[in-house]
Design a binder for this molecule. Sequence first.
Ligand SMILES: [Zn+2]
Length: 243
Amino acid sequence: MHLKHMRPHHLREAVERGDPLLVPAGCIETHGPHMAIGHDTIIVEEICARIAERMSVVISPPFDFGPTGYALGGPADGTIDPDYPSFGAYVKSILRNFLEMGFKSTYVIIMHQGMEAPLALAFKKAAAELSFEQVLADGHPRGWWADAGLARRAARWGYIQVLPMILPEATPPAEGDHAGYNETSFLLAARPELVDQRRLDIEPAPWYCQKNEEKNSWNAHAEHGRLMIDAVVDAWVARLQRA
Ligand SMILES: [Zn+2]
């Protein structure tokens, strides 16, 4: 269920059941002349929707405006890059609220630039800080670590995890790139109306579209996308059911 659609009793029930909270995090970034600039968030939202068909989860509104470093263009190309300290503070404030709502397993899901890039690190840093700070916020005294039982109960270690959308167990067939064979196929399978491969021959296609002869944005196809989506969703459902 979408967090935005819940009434307070739905929220209480989801927390009591121990439902995981899935948080799509991405960016607005140019993805060639043929793909929607919101791809990296949209594809995570599509994966979350498919996970929700298989098990009880809560889906957070997405974080759409993550850091890009203007690595592939600027605003005129369709790329937004936020102020990083402001973004980090915003992320932390919302994650704190998720903890206060009572969620014990929040998964921030990322399909943009890898797990050591500014987007993933903003969430990881916030999660790490909150796991310590919430102990004091709960009123426990400084020096709380000395009491191992209290530390286990009070610290929020592991309550918020930041993971790649493509979990390792989904590869192969699922793999990443930038607007190339894989991402174009992902979007063709999930939201075909947001891809127009004809634009690749109308506008100059950037380097990342033409990685090699066999696998590129031109010959990306929905069937490959469906195989990747199925593998990614299967991996997530297995991971969440194990947790
Ligand atoms: Zn992308």
